[in-house]
Ligand binder design. Sequence first.
Ligand code: MG
Length: 262
Amino acid sequence: MRIARFRFGDQVEFGEVIATDGGVLVREFEGHPFQPPRYTGREFPLSEVKLLAPVLPSKIIGIGKNFAEHAAELDSEVPEEPLMFLKPSTAVIGPGTAIALPPRSLYVEHEAELAVVIGRLCRDVPEENAADVILGYTCANDVTARDLQAQDGQWTRAKGFDTFCPIGPWIETELDLTSDNPLALKITCEVNGESRQFGTSKDMIHSVAKLVSWVSSVMTLLPGDVILTGTPAGTAPLRNGDVVDVTISGIGSLVNAVVERA
Ligand code: MG
C-alpha cells in the first residue's frame, strides 16, 4: 500500500493512496502507520489534500558514496564499510515545499536517493531479517552544500540546513528490496525537466539489507526513522527558481522548488 501523511483544512492525518475509476483518493485511517490501518471511512480526492512528508523521523541516517560512479565524481574511493552521517529531523520537508538555499553556501547540490522507512524499534538486525523492520520506501533528496562539506571535513553543516531533506510523496510498502532477488528500481533526478541523475537500486555497493543491519548495529532505530541509501552519479548545483524532481520507479515523484533562504 501507499501511505501518505496529509493536511486537509487544519487537520493532519495519515491515509492510504488508492487509484479508483473516479481518480486517485486518499482513504484516511486513524492514528499512525506502524500498525494495521483502521479506516475512518473518510476519503478525499488526492488533489484536495496537501501531501506532507510521509513520516516525521526521529533521525535520518545518510550513507555516503554508496554508488561507485558518484564516489568517482567526488574524486573519492568507495568506502569498504558503509559510511554513515546524520541529518537532523528539522531538515525534513514534504513534496511541494521549497528547498531554501542558505546564503553561506555558493554550491548546493541535489542527491536523488531511495529512502528506507523503518517500521519498528530494532537494533542489531541481521541482514536476513531486515525486511521485518522495514515499513516501506519513499523518494528523498539528500540536499548538500558541497562547498561547506569540503570546508568542514565533516558533514553536519553541509547536510543539515533546514529544508535539506525533502521526502515523499508517500511510503510504498510492497516493494521487495531485501530478498536474494531484489527489484532494480530506477532512481532519477530532473531539474527543470532536464535529466541530471540516473541509477538503479541494484547499483548500490551496500544493499538495503546490509545498510539496515549495519546502521542498527550502531544505533537503535525507531519507527519512522529514515535511512538514505546513497545517490547515483550526476549530482549538480541547484539555483534559485529551479524545480527538482526525484522519481523512483514503483514509488512516485518528489517535486520541490528551490528558493533563496530569506
Ligand atoms: Mg547522499
